[in-house]
Design a protein around this ligand. Structure first.
Ligand code: ATP
Ligand code: MG
Ligand code: MG
Ligand code: MG
Length: 576
C-alpha cells in the first residue's frame, strides 16, 4: 500500500467525549468516525485492524472444528417469541417493524436463529457434535454506549454455538472453545485472565469470561496470585461466605454550578454497575446565602446494601452536610438546571426520611430518590453496568483485597478487566424452548445440549490499545497492526536515490509477503513520524540520504527510544 493512495486522517486533538485512551487514540489515528451514540464507521485504517482480528479468530475457530455461517442481522420476532426473549429482554433488544407492522429484532446475539437452523438440520445423533459460528454485526441498545468501540451499540461479535448429544459431549465442546480462546488471545499478545463467571439459572461452573487486564476496564475481577482461582466480582461475591463490610456508603458525585451545569451531568452517576444486593438513592443538597440565593448544589449518591426501609437509613457520617445545607426537591433542581435525566422521572419518590447520621437522628424531608416501590422500599435498583465502579461500591463488597482465597491457597487480589470473550454452557435451555431435538442411538428424540461462545471483535482492538500505548500514540502488537512496517523516505522529492531505495525496499518487502506501507505523501519527517507513532505501526524503516551513502537505513521499533542503523538487507530480519 502507498500512503498517497490510502486514507490517512490524523487529528491533533481527541473529541471531548473520549474518556479513555483507546477511544481518544482510535479517533485521533483516523481509525473510527462517530456517526451517532455508540455507532461508528470503521475507517480504512481501523478496518484493517478489525480484519486482522477477524482473520485470526476465524482461523482458530476453523481449527477448533467450528463451521462458519452467516445469520440475518434482522430477525423475525416469532423466533424470539418462542423463547420468550422478545418480551423478557428489555430495552437492549432493538425491536423494529416492517411495512406490514410485523415485528423484527436486530440481533444482539443469535441463539434463536441458530437453534432454528439446528432443529431443521441436525436430525440424528450421527450429525452431532456441530459448532456453528458467525462473525457478524450485532446491535444492543446499550443504556450507556461509551468508550468508542469498547461499548458500542452497533458492533461486531464472533458468536459460536455448539450442539451436542449429551452433557458430557457438550462439556467437551465447551473445553475445546475455551482452549481455542486462549490460543486466540495469546496470538494477539494480550495480557488477559480467564475468570469464572455467573452461569445464571443454568448453574454449574461452565461459564468463563476472558478479561483483558486494564485499569479502565468496567469489570472487577478477583484472583489469587498463588493459585488458579479467578472469578469476576459477581461470581466471587455470590460465593463469599462473609457478611458485607458496610451497610451503606455515601459520596459526593457532583457539584453543580447554577446556569452552567445540567442534570445531564449527573446522569452518568445514576448508571452505576450495581450488584443485585446494592440499592442506590440519589440526593441533592443546596446551599443558600443570606439572600436566599442558591450558591451551591451538590448531588450525592447513597448506596445501600440489603432491604432498607425508606423511613430510616443508616449512613454513617455524612461529610459536608452540617453547614447550612438542606435537601432540594427534584422540582427545584429542575428549575435551576433544566431537564432531568429521563429515568429519574417515573420512579422518583419524595418522602420524609429519617436519616441516622453517626447515631444522631436527623429528620429530613423532600429527599430526591430513584427506583423504589410505593411501599417505601427500593427493590432491584439497577441502573446498568456501564460505569467503572467507584470506591463507594467497593465499600459495600463482601470481598476485599487480602481476603483468603476460597481454595485456601493464598490471599485475594482485585484488578480491573475488559471482557473480550465469554464461553457459556447453555444446557437445553434453548433447545427445549424451541423443541430442537435429534434422534438418539435408540431412535428416541432428545433435546440438543448447547453452548454459546462470544468474542468482541471490535472491542478487542480497543482493549489492546488500553494495554499498549504511550504518550505518542498506539503501539500495536504485530498481529493487530493495520500495517506491520512503514517505510519512510526522507525528502524523496529532493533525492532520487532515496526515492529509488525506498521504492525498492517497499517492493521487496511486499514480495516477501510483509504487510508494508510506503509513506510517499511527501510530508516533513517530523509530521510523518508523528503520524506513524500515533497510528502505532510497530516497525519503521527510515530511508535518508546520509545513511544510504553507507548502504544503511534506520530501523526503529515503536517501543524503541531511538533508531538503529542497519544495512538495507538486515531490515527483513527485524520485520518478519
Ligand atoms: P458486557 O458485560 O461488557 O456488557 P456482555 O456480557 O453483555 O458484555 P456477551 O453477551 O457475553 O457480552 O457477548 C460476547 C462478547 O461481545 C463480550 O464478551 C464482549 O467482548 C462483546 N460485547 C458485548 N457487548 C458489547 C458492546 N456493547 N460493544 C462491543 N462489544 C461488546
Ligand atoms: Mg452487556
Ligand atoms: Mg458481561
Ligand atoms: Mg458476557
Amino acid at each position: 500500500m502507498k500512503a498517497s493512495q490510502f486514507l490517512i486522517s490524523t487529528l491533533k486533538e481527541a473529541p471531548s467525549d473520549a474518556e479513555v485512551v483507546s477511544h481518544q487514540l482510535m479517533t485521533r489515528a483516523g481509525m473510527i468516525k462517530k456517526l451517532g451514540a455508540g455507532i461508528y464507521s470503521y475507517m480504512p485504517m481501523g478496518l484493517r485492524v478489525i480484519r486482522k482480528v477477524e482473520a485470526i479468530v476465524r482461523e482458530e475457530m476453523n481449527r477448533a472444528g467450528a463451521i462458519e455461517v452467516a445469520m440475518p442481522v434482522v430477525q423475525p420476532a416469532e423466533l424470539w417469541q418462542e423463547t420468550g426473549r422478545f418480551d423478557k429482554m428489555g430495552p437492549e433488544l432493538l425491536r423494529i417493524k416492517d411495512r406490514h407492522e410485523r415485528d423484527y429484532v436486530v440481533q444482539p446475539t443469535s441463539e434463536e436463529v441458530v437453534t432454528d437452523i439446528a432443529r431443521q438440520e441436525f436430525r440424528s445423533y450421527k450429525q452431532l457434535p456441530k459448532n456453528l459460528y458467525q462473525i457478524q454485526t450485532k446491535f444492543r441498545d446499550e443504556r450507556r454506549p461509551r468508550f468508542g468501540l469498547m461499548r458500542g451499540r452497533e458492533f461486531t461479535m464472533k458468536d459460536a454455538y455448539s450442539f451436542d448429544r449429551d452433557q458430557d459431549a457438550a462439556k467437551a465442546s465447551y473445553q475445546v472453545m475455551a482452549q481455542a480462546y486462549r490460543k486466540i488471545f495469546d496470538r494477539f499478545g494480550l495480557t488477559y485472565r480467564a475468570v469464572a463467571a455467573d452461569s445464571g439459572a443454568i448453574g454449574g461452573d461452565l461459564s468463563e469470561e476472558f478479561q483483558v487486564i486494564a485499569a479502565t476496564g468496567e469489570d472487577a475481577i478477583v484472583y489469587c496470585p498463588d493459585s488458579d482461582y479467578a472469578a469476576n466480582m459477581e461470581k466471587a461475591e455470590a460465593l463469599a461466605p462473609q457478611a458485607p463490610r458496610k451497610d451503606a456508603s455515601l459520596a459526593l458525585v457532583k457539584t453543580l454550578t447554577p446556569g452552567k451545569s445540567t442534570c445531564a451531568d449527573v446522569a452518568e452517576y445514576l448508571q452505576l454497575p450495581l450488584q443485585n444486593s446494592v440499592k442506590s438513592l440519589v440526593l441533592a443538597t443546596e446551599q443558600t446565602n443570606e439572600q436566599g440565593e442558591i450558591v451551591k448544589t451538590q448531588v450525592w449518591l447513597l448506596l445501600l446494601r440489603g432491604d432498607h426501609s425508606m423511613n430510616e437509613i443508616k449512613v454513617g457520617k455524612v461529610p459536608g452536610l452540617d453547614n447550612g445545607f438542606r435537601f432540594a426537591t427534584l422540582e427545584e433542581i429542575d428549575a435551576h438546571f433544566g431537564c432531568l435525566p429521563g429515568y429519574l422521572g417515573p420512579v422518583q419518590t419524595k418522602l420524609p426520611v429519617k436519616l441516622v447520621v453517626d447515631r444522631e437522628v436527623a429528620v429530613m424531608s423532600d429527599w430526591v430518590c430513584g427506583a423504589n416501590e410505593a411501599d417505601y422500599h427500593y427493590t432491584g435498583a439497577n441502573w446498568g453496568r456501564d460505569l467503572p465502579e467507584p470506591d463507594l461500591i467497593a465499600d459495600l463488597r463482601n470481598i476485599v483485597e487480602g481476603d483468603p482465597s476460597p481454595d485456601g491457597k493464598g490471599l485475594l487480589a482485585i484488578e480491573r478487566g475488559i471482557e473480550i470473550g465469554h464461553v457459556f454452557y447453555l444446557g437445553t435451555k434453548y433447545s427445549r424452548a424451541m423443541n430442537a431435538t435429534f434422534l438418539d442411538v435408540n431412535g428416541k428424540p432428545q433435546f440438543m445440549e448447547m453452548g454459546c461462545y462470544g468474542i468482541g471483535i471490535t472491542r478487542l482492538p480497543a482493549a489492546a490499545i488500553e494495554q499498549n500505548h504511550d504518550a505518542r500514540g498506539i503501539i500495536w502488537p504485530d498481529a493487530l497492526a493495520p500495517f506491520t512496517v512503514v517505510v519512510c523516505p526522507i525528502s524523496p522529492d529532493r533525492s532520487p536515490d532515496v526515492k529509488a531505495a525506498a521504492d525498492k525496499l517497499y517492493a521487496e518487502l511486499l514480495a516477501a509477503g510483509v504487510d508494508v506501507i510506503l509513506d510517499d505523501r511527501g510530508e516533513r519527517p517530523g509530521a510523518m513520524f508523528a503520524d506513524w507513532e500515533l497510528i502505532g505501526v510497530p516497525h519503521r524503516v527510515t530511508v535518508g540520504d546520509k545513511g544510504l551513502k553507507d548502504g544503511q537505513v534506520e530501523y526503529q521499533h515503536r517501543r524503541d527510544a531511538a533508531a538503529t542503523k542497519v544495512a538495507v538487507a538486515e531490515v527483513f530480519a527485524f520485520v518478519q
